[in-house]
Design a protein around this ligand. Sequence first.
Ligand code: SAM
Ligand code: DTB
Ligand code: SF4
Length: 314
Amino acid sequence: MTQLRHDWQIKEVLALFKMPFNDLLFESHTIHRQNFDPNKVQVSSLLSIKTGACPEDCAYCSQSARHDSGLKREKLMRVEQVKNAAKKAKELGSERFCMGAAWRNPTDKSLDIVIDMIKEVKTLGMESCATLGMLTYKQAKRLKNAGLDYYNHNIDTSKEHYKNVISTREFQDRLDTIEHVQNAGINVCSGGILGLGESVEDRASMLQTLANMAKHPNSVPINLLVPVQGTPFANMEKPSDIDFIRTVAIARILMPQSVVRLSAGRTDMSDAMQAICFFAGANSVFYGDELLTTPNVVQTKDEDLFRGLGINMR
Ligand code: SAM
Ligand code: DTB
Ligand code: SF4
């Protein structure tokens, strides 16, 4: 077991970004082995329970009402539909079902419906996760009482770069919701996106914020931007594979016991790239043919990849 730290200095994190690649990967993989079975990967499935027409202006997102991505808006799904999707995900081998809604925050009335969805997912014997935007402490407590296991709320990027990505809320709003979720006793899933035009300093600062939280997020998704036509970030430059892998490795070093998820963007990654991410310390993926509004790696392709790498799903 590696000693957990919550006092990372930016200089130390930047020094990790400057390490020779092989030294960095040796260190991150060593820490990975001390804390996890290196041949196990956790799998979660995603479902967009309420799609599009979001009042927020996140520059990367297909679901913002302010961008013309051509996405068809959909009302909140019925509980029965969600239950059927979760059943299917379970049959395909997923252990966690994550429900996403294009909201700035849920109303108490819509939360009633999401609570019924969570109860159905729990009845199937699956872990439940939701990502619904900002929450008050009271709302987080209601979700906890309904049996919610995880709440996903990404900080997305560094506090310095945040205003260049989203103008309709502040970085601190994200931290406040994460604190409410943590205080309510729900496991936190929080990470970010690479490819938003951020600098190495921004990547270091983002990971520093996550690692210096009072408690490390239980799960840390590292997304590669999925470029969506019609959004302001449709034509961003893609980070190099090496820079992406470095970030995964450093997430593993800073948060040794957190599950690091190789999240959105895997359709743009080669098998070798994903294999190195798993070596560097990633041990979770989104499984199933769709993310929220964009395609994911098809399931049969993931099965082949895992078989080839001798990786078991857990
Ligand atoms: N509306 C809620 C919120 O933003 O908190 C929940 C859903 S939102 C789609 C969940 C997360 O998905 C975002 O915080 C972002 O990190 C990620 N995301 C959205 N669009 C993405 C894209 N095009 N590429 C990569 N990640 C994306
Ligand atoms: C996370 O970190 N990534 C997921 C999940 N948490 C909610 C969402 C990825 C969305 C990718 C773009 C889309 O499909 O709309
Ligand atoms: Fe809305 Fe979430 Fe998309 Fe931002 S990331 S526009 S809050 S759905």
